[in-house]
Design a protein around this ligand. Structure first.
Ligand SMILES: Cc1ncc(COP(=O)(O)O)c(C=O)c1O
Length: 474
């Protein structure tokens, strides 16, 4: 046996760490990181918005762990909460008696959400929170003979069997047997109320429809698509009018990300069920939550016999609860949610000015708060032709080459991390921690300006050259 000690693991040279990643985790993911230039990121640590590399470089993290990093990396109060739990030897695992920290966190979440959303179920991931939401609705609607969900085209709700069944973005369902049979999932275009109305009508016999629930992201995360104003309100009303439940999945948009605690608070609406995850763990712990009303909880699981029909062993660990509780308190005490709204205005304004300067490349600025995005006009550029002729399966399409090229350029020339999603390869996402400063936003937008001024062709040729070995299939 050749076991690494913790100190050896913490100090592993980057090349060796990558070898281990390839050998024991996912060598194709490593390859994707190599293509983007990220596999060389030799990280010493991270603080706030900054990732420190061992060579002294400082990287601005505008990807934020794809939105997980709300209060920033290693927030001092999150670290202090961890230490406090250690000092007090907080019990983490306890399933045979009520845990005071679970009650406290659920109380605080209820304070942040509108009435009547005041009952939480804790999980360790966003997908599990979605599963919890879907199962709750099934328990309530199943006895009425309802069997179908309405989901949005291009939606992302997670990759477990149930959540995957309503995740229609990209190729995520490829090769899997769905938890919910596909004939029981009706998909409609995002933002299109008439399509939901028509789908319910088509599923109605003798005045009764077969729809359990509609599940929707308040901003469609894969492409950062903000729905038309009033959409969520009208959707919830349409659901109520037809005895269909509404699930607003706030895994990506919740926890202050859009300038409200949850994004549906931009409208005067309350769904039957909502979900939280990502930033809830203070960038330190894995936690998700499904939140509903006492009335719905009662209908689904309202007896001693049934109250644990849906449960999970690791949902609600003591110190995870403490850190999530502290994270919510930090957000409120540091005014991060209001600040997020203000900085979102600033960021959006700077991105719109960038669009005006580069109208041939930047098609659209999207987003709300500190979930911002740029949609590019890749197709009409010369660089698209250059990217297209590589025809390499690793690059998949000219869009993936071009979005990859832009991300790589931003990282290598300007020390900025951004990301994109497979379901929308013409969109670059920005999800910095909510503690980001205007100066850091300026650094990112100025960097983008420089990359776009150099031109898409320059970025694309540099990207292909950097990956020449792969293009030539060597
Ligand atoms: C809206 C939404 N729901 C659910 C999930 C799944 O969360 P997790 O990756 O924690 O399972 C995600 C993940 O990005 C998401 O964006």
């Amino acid at each position: 046996m050749d076991l690494l000690t913790l100190d050896e693991a913490l100090d592993l040279p980057q090349a060796r760490a990558n070898e281990l990643f390839a050998a024991h985790l996912n060598r194709y993911l490593l390859r994707a990181f190599e293509i983007l230039g990220y596999s060389e990121m030799d990280i010493a640590g991270a603080e706030g918005v900054v990732i420190h590399l061992r060579d002294g470089r400082e990287i601005l993290d505008f990807s934020g762990g794809i939105g997980i990093c709300g209060v920033g990396h290693n927030h001092p109060r999150v670290l202090a909460a961890e230490r406090k739990c250690q000092e007090r030897k907080v019990i983490d695992l306890m399933r045979v008696a009520p845990h005071r920290l679970q009650g406290a966190l659920a109380h605080n979440i209820a304070q942040c959400l509108p009435d009547p959303l005041d009952v939480s179920f804790f999980t360790v991931s966003g997908a599990e929170a979605v599963e919890g939401a879907m199962k709750l609705c099934e328990r309530i609607q199943g006895p009425k003979g309802k069997t179908k969900f309405i989901a949005m085209q291009g939606a992302f709700h997670g990759k477990l069997h149930g959540s995957l069944s309503v995740t229609t973005a990209s190729r995520f369902q490829s090769g899997f047997i769905m938890g919910i049979p596909q004939e029981n999932v009706i998909t409609v275009p995002y933002g299109d109320l008439e399509a939901v109305r028509a789908a319910i009508a088509a599923e109605t016999r003798d005045g009764v429809n077969s729809i359990v629930a509609v599940i929707v992201e308040p901003i469609r995360g894969e492409a950062c698509e903000v729905p038309p104003e009033g959409y969520l309100t009208e959707l919830a009303q349409l659901c109520r009018d037809n005895d269909v439940m509404s699930i607003f999945d706030e895994v990506k948009t919740g926890m202050g990300r859009t300038g409200k605690f949850v994004a549906f608070q931009h409208e005067d609406v309350v769904p039957d069920v909502t979900t939280l995850a990502k930033s809830l763990g203070g960038a330190k712990r894995a936690i998700g939550a499904m939140v509903t009303s006492q009335e719905n909880w009662e209908k689904a699981y309202g007896s001693v016999r049934d109250c644990t029909i849906h449960s999970t062993g690791f949902g609600g660990l003591g110190s995870t609860m403490a850190i999530a509780l502290e994270t919510i308190n930090i957000m409120h005490e540091e005014g991060l949610i209001d600040r997020c709204a203000e900085l979102g205005e600033y960021f959006g304004g700077r991105l719109r000015a960038l669009q005006e300067k580069h109208p041939k490349t930047v098609a659209e600025v999207r987003g709300r708060g500190l979930f911002q995005a740029l949609r590019f006009r890749f197709k009409e550029t010369f660089a698209a032709k250059v990217a297209g002729i590589t025809g390499n399966e690793i690059f998949r399409s000219y869009q993936s080459v071009m979005i990859g090229a832009l991300n790589r350029e931003l990282y290598q020339r300007h020390n900025v991390l951004t990301h994109f999603q497979p379901g929308a390869l013409d969109v670059m996402h920005f999800m910095p921690p909510l503690i980001v400063t205007e100066a850091q936003i300026d650094q990112v937008v100025d960097g983008l300006d420089d990359v776009l001024t150099r031109g898409m062709t320059d970025a694309t040729v540099r990207f292909i050259t950097a990956n020449a070995r792969r293009v030539l299939r060597l």
